[in-house]
Design a protein around this ligand. Structure first.
Ligand SMILES: NC(=O)C1=CN([C@@H]2O[C@H](COP(=O)(O)OP(=O)(O)OC[C@H]3O[C@@H](n4cnc5c(N)ncnc54)[C@H](O)[C@@H]3O)[C@@H](O)[C@H]2O)C=CC1
Ligand SMILES: O=C(O)C(=O)COP(=O)(O)O
Length: 498
């Protein structure tokens, strides 16, 4: 999808439940109603990196072109006018360039401008100062940037906060004869104010690739202004960038449709790719624990409080749990919700259902541990359970799991320690600890051709209460489950789908 295509609330609502992914073959997603997409559970992915260099190169091209009056002189010469005196330009070396928005494109423009011998300053409230320093650019306030610059290049996204930030007031604070370049979004400039600033000479020239309305009106004063150089949104239009963007977005959409976690998702918790691959088995564990916990709930009290406890040897700053929290939420909400729930709208849906998700981190004293997490605990507070064995001392449903050899395992149910791989389905069975129980249950399942994948017994103490956690590949029929329930020592059992 190109920026000319608008994905509005109406479009998203018409596709609700069926439209799963919107792919933006570029960076700017100001043409997608993100809130409506999130509500509809529709993932929005973009291709954020493949056109960065193209946009930066276009910014530099416009800068150089404008400083030397290339487009005006070209038009004049083609009209038969040889005007060497009229088109004396200005030099770039030693001039101060202010980069507004020091993200991917802005920083690449900075690198190139340094190569041209310019003094580079930048304004970006969210950019790390050391990244700017490494490129040789100094981060300054908005006021300082616009006041000190000879050239101002715009590289911020269009958001409510950046809409028309370049207006009469800000032009008023700039040096007289400043030069403006915009390859970001037209809407960050109040175009009428820019025309006024050009007319008064406050702004010497502007070079614009983007406009508030695209294409702009044929009689646009701005476009027709003699001190304005324009291109029709060509920032990303290089052969290399178009090919790169096409591949990037195809991979993102394909991955998202297969259920892979999209690193370029715009409306889902954003997690860097290296973190994503490290967390992948924990992501699955988090969702499965959520699923197990919710299937253990009984009664009408509803789930109000959910607590997720991460035990980790890592420094809290090194453990980004947003994705895990979203997956626990998804696991809890999905089996009990009629709406299509995914990573995108999991938090939103939980909130709509009045479900609060609290998180806690417990440090695990094992400095040698390489795994990001020791365990994840999911606790549903003050709910009734259809399996009393899942209730811990505090009256909460508690399940704990960990990743072993890359596979999620259930390791605690209520007060019982078990160890069962979370694949296939699960039967939990509570009984009085005594010999022969595994054989009895195993026999019933075996006779019905239900393959047991894993089995584990946990007990409070010898001869007291114990639970069996049995992983099964197939879903046993009702009769088989009843037979298990009818074993005299069995006090309760529950079948859980993973
Ligand atoms: N003309 C064209 O064809 C192209 C245009 N673009 C546009 O360029 C812009 C930048 O793209 P990228 O660098 O890839 O995005 P980016 O997300 O990497 O960088 C944007 C930067 O702007 C900063 N920012 C946000 N609010 C700000 C504010 N109020 N003041 C100053 N900085 C602020 C962010 O912290 C971020 O560092 C976007 O608007 C994008 O749509 C990108 C590619 C091609
Ligand atoms: O990536 C962006 O934000 C762009 O503006 C590029 O737009 P395009 O994909 O060339 O229509």
């Amino acid at each position: 999808m190109s920026p000319g295509t608008k994905v509005t609330r109406e479009v998203l609502e018409a596709g609700r439940g069926r439209l799963r992914v919107v792919g933006r073959a570029g960076v700017g997603i100001d043409n997608v109603d993100l809130q409506a997409a999130t509500e509809a559970g529709c993932l929005v992915v973009n291709a954020p990196t493949a056109n960065t260099v193209a946009a930066a190169e276009h910014g530099i091209a416009l800068l150089a072109c404008m400083a030397r009056n290339v487009s005006q002189a070209d038009a004049a010469l083609k009209a038969g006018k040889w005007q060497r005196a009229k088109y004396v330009g200005v030099s770039l070396v030693g001039k101060t360039l202010a980069i507004m928005g020091f993200g991917k494109v802005g920083s690449e423009v900075a690198r190139r401008a340094k190569g041209l011998g310019m003094h580079v300053i930048a304004h970006d409230p969210y950019a790390p100062a050391d990244k700017a320093r490494a490129i040789g650019a100094e981060l300054v306030s908005f006021e300082e940037a616009i006041a000190k610059a000879d050239f101002i290049s715009l590289h911020m996204p269009l958001t409510p906060a950046t809409s028309k930030v370049f207006n009469d007031e800000s032009f008023g604070k700039m040096k007289t004869g400043v030069w403006i370049i915009n390859v970001a979004r037209g809407g960050v400039i109040d175009e009428d104010a820019l025309v006024r600033a050009l007319d008064s000479g406050k702004v010497a020239q502007a070079a614009l690739d983007v406009f508030t309305v695209e294409p702009p009106a044929k009689d646009s004063k701005l476009v027709l202004h003699e001190n304005v150089t324009v291109t029709p949104h060509l920032g990303a239009s290089t052969v290399e960038a178009q090919e790169g963007v096409a591949i990037e977005i195809a991979e993102a959409v394909g991955g998202a449709l297969r259920g892979a976690l999209a690193a370029t998702a715009v409306n889902a918790p954003m997690v860097p790719a290296e973190v994503l691959s490290e967390l992948a088995p924990y992501v699955s564990l988090a969702e499965k624990l959520g699923r197990l916990a919710v299937q253990l709930v009984a009664g009408e009290s509803g789930i109000k409080g959910v607590k997720v406890v991460y035990t980790s040897a890592r420094d809290p700053d090194d453990l980004d749990t947003r994705l895990l929290r979203a997956m626990v939420t998804k696991g809890i909400v999905e089996p009990v919700s009629s709406t299509f729930v995914n990573l995108v709208n999991a938090d939103y849906t939980a909130k709509q259902r009045g479900m609060r998700i609290a998180e806690e981190r417990v440090s695990h004293d094992n400095a040698a541990a390489e795994a990001p997490l020791e365990s994840i605990q999911v606790r549903l507070s003050h709910v009734q359970s259809k399996f009393a064995g899942a209730i811990s001392d505090g009256g909460d449903i508690v399940v704990v799991g960990r990743v072993k050899y890359g596979v999620p395992h259930l390791t605690v149910v209520g007060p019982y320690e078990v160890d069962v791989s979370l694949e296939g389905n699960l039967i939990l069975c509570r009984q009085i600890d005594q010999p022969g129980m595994i054989g009895k249950v195993g026999n019933i399942l075996g006779r019905r051709n239900v393959n047991v994948s894993f089995m584990s017994v946990g007990r409070t103490s010898r001869g007291k209460q114990a639970i069996m956690a049995i992983g099964v590949d197939e879903e046993p029929d009702k009769k088989t489950l009843e037979k298990i329930g009818a074993i005299p020592a069995v006090e309760e059992f529950v079948f859980l789908e993973l």
